[in-house]
Ligand binder design. Sequence first.
Ligand code: FRU
Length: 468
Amino acid sequence: MTLPSRWPAVLQAVMQGQPRALADSHYPQWHPAPVTGLMNDPNGFIWFAGRYHLFYQWNPLDSDHRYKCWGHWSSADLVHWRHEPIALMPDEEYDRNGCYSGSAVDNNGVLTLCYTGNVKFDDGGRTAWQCLAVQNDDGTFAKLGPVLPLPEGYTGHVRDPKVWRHDGQWYMVLGAQDRHKRGKVLLFTSADLHAWVSCGEIAGHGVNGLTDAGYMWECPDLFALDGTYVLISCPQGLAREPHRYLNTYPAVWMSGAFDYQTSAFAHGELHELDAGFEFYAPQTAVAQDGRRILIGWMGVPDGEEMLQPTRAHGWIHQMTCPRELRYRDGKLWQTPVRELEALREDEHHWQGRADDAPDLDGTRLEFELSASHVKVNFAGALRLVMDDEGLRLARASLETGETMTRYWRGDVNHLRVLCDRSSVEIFINHGEGVMSSRYFPDHPARVRVEGASDITLRYWSLRTCMIE
Ligand code: FRU
């Protein structure tokens, strides 16, 4: 270890911070969230040796982005999570400014992490190393050091390795910025995870006719799904449009044909992956039974995050629920994994005029709503309007108090909504679209459906399921 140990400070932060976070009325009761400090990207999501593992970008020392280690949770069922030993801390020269995002692979039975060692220089410059770490018998990780330096032609912004195996060969996609400050996704291949060969650029500015694609693409993930290939990534610097790309940065998906021989990915248009206020840096894993599961960070960097009220309780951000992905009719469908149904308590049904519907307790709630023209009022702090154009989700800016709106355009006939104490995830038309958002209501939060039209409602309160 070349840098001074931060273990005592981390331990003290957790001991002091966890009781404060858990006492906050906005602390989630069934979504994974940091016990203290700031959590951002999901990392290293994998099914390995009988359990799901979900690592995460974590600053246990403060609710800001200054320090980044890898926290680690595991689960047998994607619902009940338990804490595992912290996996990576920035204690080497090559990762001294953060163990940044990455992925996990099963290398012949060894759980292996691929992550970015982020290094900042005093003159404002930076570099990045793609690094490996392997799991020890006691669940901790041993770093193997860098395996890939900064590739020629790119700035110090090259990061977030997502690695997978295909036909006995390893592949890695990386988010990157070229020397002209344009965002790219790079592909590399390796026989052994140690020696990597460049296969070029597979997406970003100038690839597949894409122009004005932003200055940096983060957190790429490329996978086969239902007869096509899907690339997910987070382009920074995309122009805002009237009804999409309204967050500081979006997460997008594109689909097409990927050829392992030529490394060409002939993809179509970019689509926003989630139309809500908070969603970024998602990562997928293959479930035990072959399903493609996605978990995202229910947050966005550099926006209003630092104004969220939970920071006064020493913590910030949470994950989305795990979602199953399917590709059908040219669209990427997302639905909550079926395992989450284990959280449901008694089922209730109601039918009639929306205005006459009972108030629901939004603390931990799932409801399905069949309707055409209605409003849903989430404790006065978040409002959803459903009309002929689609959906509008509105809330007040934490900075200015002005109303901010997010949109999903299209015919809507069915909503499935999952609520936790400070979040809602709205699944549209059985997964055709999703809007994920945080909100900070007074509790108990009343959720009320409003309008003169007839609706059908099915709802459950959800069990508490805290990380153990
Ligand atoms: C995305 C991101 C990644 C980076 C990590 C650092 O939110 O900026 O590109 O690896 O966060 O925490």
